[in-house]
Design a protein around this ligand. Structure first.
Ligand code: HEC
Ligand code: HEC
Length: 163
């Protein structure tokens, strides 16, 4: 090896050494306190008991509809769902109550279930625009999209939904 081919290697090594020295100084910055690392107000070393939050216990027919989060959002479930789950291939209590195409366009009295809308009877992928008699498979598992709400407060304050 001659002098000329070695010098770039030495230069690179020297650069690396300087880089490492630089990052060592960066690591020696001010330390973060154990209770200032995350959203939790407690130390990262403590194991806090999470507060218990509650799902609605009102039965269908007795609940107040919840506001829609935005246009086109799946409405949230305002009533208890504990007796209607799990949804299986044999049994879908949600569809049993809500699957009422005869109610489309009708004025609903208090206590009547909102009918599953025509969009859920439309195969959007293969035949968009054609409302069929049967619920489309992609809409069978209701709580994939429709969920009840607990009374848990937001972890981080936000202004979503407010003007
Ligand atoms: C016994 C009948 C019944 C069953 C079973 C039932 N619901 Fe309901 N649901 C209702 C009624 C009635 C309402 C209207 C609110 C009320 O009166 O409590 C409602 C309201 C809703 C709403 C709100 C609709 C809107 O316009 O905002 C959603 C979403 C919903 N239910 C989803 C479900 C899902 C998902 C399941 C299954 C886990 C289910 N429901 C099971 C009767 C039922
Ligand atoms: C893939 C997501 C998805 C699934 C699964 C689904 N929905 Fe929906 N649902 C929506 C969306 C989005 C809307 C609002 C837009 C619309 O009406 O299509 C909606 C609207 C509704 C409404 C309100 C209709 C109205 O007139 O305001 C009811 C009731 C409902 N769904 C019931 C059900 C039930 C019961 C099931 C299960 C059998 C179900 N949905 C499955 C996404 C879904």
């Amino acid at each position: 090896m001659n002098k000329h081919s070695r010098s770039p290697l030495i230069q690179t090594l020297a650069g690396l050494v300087m880089l490492l020295a630089g990052s060592a100084t960066a690591f020696a910055g001010p330390s973060i306190k154990a209770d200032g690392m995350g959203l939790s107000k407690s130390s990262v070393f403590s194991v806090p008991e999470p507060a218990v939050s509650h799902y609605p216990t009102t039965q269908p027919g007795e609940s107040k509809l919840l506001p829609r989060a935005y246009q086109g959002a799946p409405p949230q479930v305002p009533h208890s769902v504990s007796e209607f789950e799990p949804i299986t291939t044999q049994m879908n209590m949600c569809a049993a109550c809500h699957g009422q195409p005869a109610l489309w366009g009708q004025k609903l009295e208090k206590g009547m279930p909102t009918p599953i809308p025509p969009s859920h009877y439309t195969d959007l992928r293969n035949a968009p625009g054609k409302v069929t008699e049967n619920l489309i498979g992609a809409r069978y598992n209701c709580n994939q999209c429709h969920v009840p709400q607990t009374d848990a407060p937001a972890l981080v304050k936000n202004s979503f939904g407010r003007k």
